[in-house]
Design a protein around this ligand. Structure first.
Ligand code: FAD
Ligand code: NAD
Length: 477
């Protein structure tokens, strides 16, 4: 059968659009099918990340942090602000503009690289045959040589708190509030709960987070998660751990949530409730039964280390497959698959050096193993840590909290994990990722010259501290 495209990508989020652009750059005739429609009911590229995820959340985190700083920190710098207030409509419009600019930018990149943007729904039929149903018009069948599935994920819903898109909402709803809720409840003190909880707390909401687990952020290094819990609590986030939600109802415009904590039944009344309990892969209506695509127990697509599915020439990337649900991980997988297809040689990526960031203030960023993981694996390791309070730049910036921590193998000194709590941790972690990619030792990091005065010197000192050589603190041997 004649091939219309060499590659068809289903999904235009950071996994799919990056894969499509890279395929086109490598000379493959490529189409990207994407079903997204934005708030104005217009097709938009960029998927969850650009439309209702990474980008709008960071826009609001930045705006709300500026307000919070003006309210709480400017005085100490001798800056007088006079009457301070919020125009939420302006704040939201700025966020929407950032989103519009970026999603429009992907459209421009598609044009420049010759990627065909097929607006509508894609479905894998069998082999590499794909059915494309445009938003308007008849379905047609495409017969590409390769298919990349990149349909992403959607919020998990729970029957105990059904969404009504007004009082009980998901993360998308919580990004679009047109008024600052006086009382905001959030089910789930995970990444979304903490980031969006921070936004609305800074803007004036009383925020209560109900978290089912007893342990706060179990994937984060225990020392950092304990610090973060304390700091976020001081900022006003009321994080209730071990809180099992029993039910919720909307009565007279308020949401009443009942939950169990410490063996007692308790209740919470809020004006808005956000459900942020995780996300699940978008596999509904992604493939016909005849496709025979193998899924895992969580409903994601099973792939090998090269993102190949069980069907020859069909790949899957991003939130749809195993590994962390992160935009940069999705994009790198998209890139690797494009290069595998073009070169005919499988190209993989390391999942153990994917960095994670929680964009609270202070930020939490990490790569590699935590101390608790190394302990449970029985790996012999050494720790070096350095408090930001002892870093000159941090002091100049009025940073009170934070920590950089390096974990290195006790015998080989190879860096096994780096954990940072502090402003700019999202940027500082890149150095640690690069070091781990090159299997650097803590000694390598310790012997690398860092500019002064910078926050990166805290990471340098943490690497020095692995061997008891930190200069600006007393070393414990
Ligand atoms: P998606 O971005 O979900 O894109 C999938 C696309 O495929 C969508 O456009 C969808 O409409 C389309 N699609 C689905 N099915 C079909 C079909 N059958 N036919 C055609 N099109 C289809 N990650 C970070 O790394 N950093 C962050 O700061 C961050 N912040 C976040 C904040 C929030 C509030 C949320 C919700 C997520 C955040 N994430 C963040 C996660 C990040 O958004 C995802 O990991 C990322 O978007 C996954 O990319 P993807 O390409 O796999 O899927
Ligand atoms: P999450 O897994 O980070 O957190 C969900 C939390 O909800 C967990 O702590 C879980 O224990 C809790 N929970 C689950 N069911 C519950 C219940 N019934 N009652 C109370 N608590 C319950 O998921 P999320 O915050 O929804 O975010 C989804 C994913 O999106 C993240 O895992 C991440 O991959 C991605 N994301 C990344 C960023 C970032 O990179 N900065 C930001 C936002 C989202």
């Amino acid at each position: 059968m004649e091939q219309d495209y060499e590659v068809v990508v289903i999904g235009g989020g950071p996994g799919g659009y990056v894969a499509a652009i890279r395929c086109a750059q490598l000379g493959l005739k490529t189409a990207c099918i994407d079903a997204w429609r934005n708030g104005q009911d217009m097709p938009a590229l960029g998927g969850t990340c650009l439309n209702v995820g990474c980008i709008p959340s960071k826009a609001l985190l930045h705006s709300s942090e500026l307000y919070y700083q003006a309210r709480t920190a400017f005085g100490a710098h001798g800056i007088k602000t006079g009457g301070l207030g919020i125009d939420l409509a302006v704040m939201q419009a700025r966020k929407d503009k950032v989103v519009e600019q970026l999603t429009g930018g992907i459209e421009g990149l598609f044009k420049a690289n010759g990627v065909s943007w097929l607006q509508g729904h894609g479905r894998l039929l069998d082999g590499t045959r794909v059915e494309f149903t445009p938003h308007e018009g008849e379905a047609r069948t495409l017969t590409p040589g390769h298919v990349i599935l990149a349909s992403g994920s959607r919020p998990l819903e729970i029957a105990l708190a059904p969404l009504d898109d007004e009082h009980i909402v998901d993360s998308t709803g919580a990004l679009g509030f047109t008024e600052v809720p006086r009382r905001l409840g959030i089910i789930g003190a995970g990444i979304i709960g903490l980031e969006l909880g921070s936004v609305w707390n800074r803007l004036g909401s009383e925020v209560v987070l109900l978290e089912a687990q007893e342990q706060f952020l179990p994937m984060v290094d225990g020392e950092l998660s304990r610090h973060a819990l304390k700091i976020l609590g001081q900022q006003g986030l009321d994080i209730r751990l071990g809180a099992r939600v029993l039910g919720s109802e909307v009565i007279d415009g308020e949401v009443r949530v009942s939950y169990q904590q410490e063996g007692e039944e308790r209740s919470l009344a809020v004006d808005r409730l956000v459900v942020a309990v995780g996300r699940r892969a978008n596999t509904e209506d992604l493939m016909a039964e005849a496709a025979g695509l193998v899924l895992d127990e969580r409903g994601g697509v099973v792939v090998d280390e090269y993102c190949a599915t069980n069907i020859p020439n069909v790949y899957a990337v991003g939130d749809l497959v195993r590994g962390p649900m992160l935009a940069h991980k999705a994009s790198e997988e998209g890139m690797a698959v494009a290069e595998s297809i073009a070169s005919g040689r499988p190209h993989g990526l390391r999942l153990d050096t994917v960095p994670s960031v929680i964009y609270t203030e202070p930020e939490l960023a990490w790569v590699g193993a935590t101390e608790q993981q190394l302990k449970s694996l029985g790996t012999a390791y050494r720790v070096g840590s350095f408090p930001l309070a002892a870093n000159g730049r941090a002091l100049a910036m009025q940073v009170k909290h934070g920590l950089a921590k390096v974990l290195a193998h006790a015998e080989t000194d190879e860096i096994l994990g780096v954990h940072i709590l502090g402003p700019g941790a999202s940027e500082l972690i890149a150095e640690a990722v690069l070091a781990m990619e090159y299997a650097a030792s803590s000694e390598d990091l310790a012997r690398t010259i860092h500019a002064h005065p910078t926050l990166s010197e805290a990471l340098h000192e943490a690497a020095l501290a692995v061997d008891g050589r930190a200069i600006h603190r007393v070393n414990r041997r």
